[in-house]
Design a protein around this ligand. Structure first.
Ligand SMILES: Cc1cc2nc3c(=O)[nH]c(=O)nc-3n(C[C@H](O)[C@H](O)[C@H](O)COP(=O)(O)OP(=O)(O)OC[C@H]3O[C@@H](n4cnc5c(N)ncnc54)[C@H](O)[C@@H]3O)c2cc1C
Length: 504
């Protein structure tokens, strides 16, 4: 405990807040409104992307002939873009996505990726697949109303449990290191505990079913070796890139009626309208040539405003690129002593990786501490080719201080990297048709007709992206079938692009 107090005195006061992810600290401080750059061509190497054999699709479709036209063009090969391809395949298979446009009744979809396959946030994140159970419930309810708040949690539960179910059913849960170990929020003080309990009670009062175990200091100390309070909820951890790779392969196998292509190392530099008489609506410019598309899905998250400059800045319709940092640190104890849980406190988030040998000391994936970078807290940054030394220093000190003896003080990580998240003013993503509500013609304008977006997950995309991609695919299917899109029961309306500028 004494050691822990030392840590707290070293850290800014903001760390006393109970915030499992770097949720919205400093958002108001950021005033930049420049569109994001393209992804940096030479990013840091993450454990996920650069472990031997981990990224078999890294350079897929990066040479040879470029697909010159497609029914659906997906920009970005992270979990959003690949989930969209997966939903497209399944919707075609189930007859809910019409295939009338392409030749020979085959729908052609192409994923265009600026760098290696899945080398954005999904290939560089903390690997936590944690649907929020009650965290921040009062704030969500105040912002969006009770029904939408409940749906926000329902979407995360749906998304995470579907991902786990698919991996299990398809038989690749072990291959992607899916661990259903639960999640623990470490709560430093009684005040933080009371705040958490107030959110818990507000969620109960709203009618949410909850699965939470509260642990006192003694239980936490005797079971996990940290003298803090704890709240345990359901949760998973996973090797995100391996999950996305399997999902992509599965999407290709579902139906011969989908011709799914992938071109990595092919940045899209512009989206321009084609003449009304053309077969397709949009032309994507890339250094390798042009791709003509009927529908375009922006699955570019933190980089979205590069192609959609009206979505730059910290306003209600903006997505800000924000740099996060993660490392792979070897523990000083076997997995049994650490537990398979994924953890978070107000400084960072971490989990021990699975091990084949019970005596081995696992690698722990540890991220966060963005606030220690100082204002503007890595906001407006798209350069993931370097790490931040201050953030790295706080992360290195975190676990040896929280778990005396289980981690070696002064030990250097085996890998350290950065990645770019997409933050939004309200902490929730944009899902739906691309709209420019600042345009004089307003949201009814057809200026972007056929372009859709699912992006801006605010550093918490793992339990959100899969469901958001599903919704966008359903929207395109509805438009193609000339029927009204009906929202799934778990979908929160505030995520819609069409309502966003009216929420503040
Ligand atoms: C350091 C870090 C830690 C995180 N930890 C967690 C965590 O533990 N749990 C959690 O839930 N979430 C976490 N997140 C957030 C999570 O990773 C993201 O929300 C999620 O991966 C977003 O997926 P995506 O597919 O939308 O975006 P991305 O994975 O970023 O994919 C977008 C892709 O688009 C490509 N692209 C961009 N512009 C273009 C263009 N013009 N042309 C072609 N391609 C383009 C990019 O190269 C990128 O590959 C973390 C994020 C970071 C960066």
């Amino acid at each position: 405990m004494a050691r822990f107090r030392v840590l707290l005195t070293l850290l800014p006061v903001a760390y006393a807040l109970s915030v499992p992810f770097p949720y919205d600290s400093g958002q108001a401080i950021f005033t930049g409104n420049q569109p994001a750059d393209l992804p940096h061509p030479d990013p840091t190497h993450s454990f996920w992307t650069h472990s031997p054999g981990a990224n078999p699709l890294a350079g897929e479709g990066s040479t040879g002939e470029l697909t010159d036209n497609a029914d659906v063009c997906i920009i970005g090969s992270g979990i959003t873009g690949v989930s969209a391809a997966y939903h497209l395949a399944n919707s075609i298979q189930h007859g809910t996505f019409p295939v009338a446009q392409g030749t020979n009744q085959v729908l052609r979809a192409v994923i265009l990726e600026a760098r290696d396959f899945c080398s954005g946030a999904t290939g560089r994140n903390g690997g936590n697949l944690t649907p929020y159970e009650f965290s921040r419930f009062r704030k969500q309810e105040a912002l969006f109303g009770r029904e939408a708040a409940l749906r926000l949690y329902a979407l995360e539960r749906y998304s995470a449990s579907e991902m786990a179910r698919i991996a299990r059913t398809a038989g690749w849960a072990d291959a992607v290191d899916l661990v259903e170990g639960g999640h623990m929020d470490v709560l430093f003080t009684e005040e933080v505990l009371q705040e958490a309990k107030a959110d818990f009670e507000a969620a109960v009062a709203a009618g949410k079913t909850l699965n939470v175990t509260w642990l006192d200091r003694d239980e936490m100390n005797s079971t996990y070796g940290t003298h803090n309070l704890g709240a345990r909820t359901p949760g998973y951890n996973v090797w995100p890139l391996k999950f996305v790779t399997q999902l992509f392969k599965q999407a290709r196998k579902v139906t011969p009626a989908l011709d799914l292509r992938l071109h990595t190392r092919t940045p899209v530099t512009r989206v321009s309208p084609l003449a009304a008489a053309s077969l397709r609506r949009w032309e994507l410019t890339t250094p390798r040539g042009a791709v003509q598309c009927s529908y375009v899905l922006h699955a570019t998250n933190g980089y979205a405003s590069h192609l959609l400059p009206h979505m730059a800045g910290s306003g209600p319709t903006g997505i800000i690129p924000v740099r996060g940092q993660v490392m792979a640190m070897r523990a000083n104890a076997p997995l049994d002593a650490l537990s398979k849980i994924s953890w978070a406190d107000s400084v960072g988030y971490w989990f021990p990786r699975p091990v084949a040998d019970a005596e081995a000391h696992p690698l722990v994936i540890l991220g966060g501490a963005r606030e220690s970078a100082g204002s503007p807290f890595e906001m407006g940054v798209t350069d993931d080719s370097v790490v931040n030394a201050t953030v790295g220093g706080v992360l290195r000190a975190l676990l040896p201080t929280l778990f005396p003896g289980l981690y070696a003080p002064g030990r250097e990580p085996e890998a350290e990297w950065t990645g770019i998240m997409g933050y939004t003013a309200l902490g929730i993503p944009f899902v739906g048709p691309v709209l420019d509500t600042s345009d004089a013609e307003g949201e009814d304008s057809d200026a972007y007709k056929g372009q859709f977006i699912a992006a801006g997950y605010h550093g918490h995309g793992m339990p959100r992206t899969f469901a958001c991609a599903e919704v966008v695919v359903q929207m395109i299917a509805a438009e193609l079938s000339d029927r009204e899109w009906v929202a799934p029961a778990w979908f929160p309306r505030p995520f819609l692009t069409s309502v966003r500028d009216k929420l503040e």
